[in-house]
Design a protein around this ligand. Structure first.
Ligand SMILES: Nc1ncnc2c1ncn2[C@@H]1O[C@H](COP(=O)(O)OP(=O)(O)OP(=O)(O)O)[C@@H](O)[C@H]1O
Length: 321
């Protein structure tokens, strides 16, 4: 659905040239939900604006929904929906009028417009709000309207720029449900930007992590977590002496990457923790070692982000996760 080839964008400013995007290569398959994860200023919006034909690349190109960005921008535009960070619409227009106007802009035949408005408003839970003025909507309702506007012409590919930015936790998880349904029920390919790690984890089949204009790694949330850290198993025993025995029994396993003892606790970093923890329990039981407590912790995407970019998203003043 998307094939980006060395897309680059520079901006000239009074202070000099800003290299916002420095040659990004990636692919997005049909039906995937792919997240572009990065801190403020990493280059997410600039890439999105290039892929949606709103901004010309300085170099490189991309094929989007089967058409080249540079050679056939109009064909690209017909096949995509773009939901920008802040929708700018007339606050006095009703939700119904907004949707109908957008449908007409996309040349949906007039006779089909009411049905389209009905469908999309059902999909995004806006049906009871159709006669409300856009200016009177809550933040979550407004974002749902923005997404409905991006879907009215039924594009196979939708770009969402920070879809839940500024929403409260309840409105965010409600919107996630709507985004999931787009993929599951309509097969829509979704490319979204976010700097919320929980959002990336909850919604995306695959993530591209962008830092300072470059993609530093990609993979499914699970793959990325496995690649970075492995799972952490902590086993607490009655005494340091018993810990030493447990260490001797478990330390030589092939799947143990790191091992440390802290007082009467043994800490092991392993691959596939769920399986390992069961095996280890069996081994300890066989040696008549009964742990007081066992804990298994999965690595977080935060650790992944830190490993690949050298900083935490929590340090980013614009991010709230
Ligand atoms: N029109 C412009 N003129 C000059 N510099 C720009 C322009 N647009 C973006 N930049 C710079 O390019 C870099 C990337 O910006 P971009 O908006 O793509 O980041 P982002 O990852 O989307 O950040 P955010 O999460 O804050 O939206 C930033 O350093 C930004 O200041």
């Amino acid at each position: 659905m998307i094939e980006s080839s060395q897309l680059t964008r520079k901006f000239s400013t009074k202070q000099g040239t800003v290299e916002a995007v420095r040659g990004v290569d990636f692919e997005v398959a049909e039906g995937e939900t792919v997240g572009f994860l990065g801190a403020n200023g990493a280059g997410k919006t600039t890439t999105l604006r290039m892929l949606t034909t709103l901004l010309g690349p300085s170099s490189g190109t991309a094929t989007v929904a089967g058409h080249d960005l540079r050679d056939e921008p109009i064909e690209v535009r017909k096949r995509i929906g773009y939901v920008a960070q802040a929708g700018g619409t007339d606050p006095q227009t009703s939700v119904r009028e907004e949707l109908a106007l957008q449908a007409r802009l996309y040349r949906v035949p007039a006779s089909e417009v009411p049905e389209r408005v009905r469908r999309v408003s059902h999909q995004l839970d806006l049906y009871d709000l159709l006669d409300r003025e856009a200016g009177a909507l809550s933040g979550g309702q407004r974002r749902r309207l923005d997404i409905a506007l991006g879907l009215i012409h039924r594009p196979p590919l939708v770009f969402l720029d920070e879809p839940t930015s500024g929403l409260d936790p309840q409105a965010r998880s409600a919107l996630w449900e709507h985004i999931r349904r787009l993929r599951d029920e309509l097969g829509t390919t979704i490319f979204l930007t976010t700097h919320y790690l929980d959002e990336a984890d909850a919604l995306c089949d695959r993530l591209l992590i962008i830092d300072q204009g470059r993609i530093v790694t990609e993979g499914s949330p699970e793959e990325l977590k496995n690649r970075v850290a492995g799972d952490l198993i902590t086993i607490e025993l009655q005494s340091g002496e018993l810990v030493d025995r447990a260490k001797a029994l478990l330390g030589s396993r092939e799947d143990v990457r790191e091992l440390a003892t802290v007082g009467s606790t043994l800490r092991l970093t392993v691959e596939r923790g769920e399986q390992a923890v069961l095996d280890m329990l069996r081994v300890l039981d066989g040696a008549e070692l009964q742990p007081i407590a066992i804990n298994l912790a999965r690595p977080s995407l935060d650790q992944v982000f830190l490993a690949f970019t050298g900083r935490s998203l929590h340090d980013d003043p614009g991010a709230t996760t």
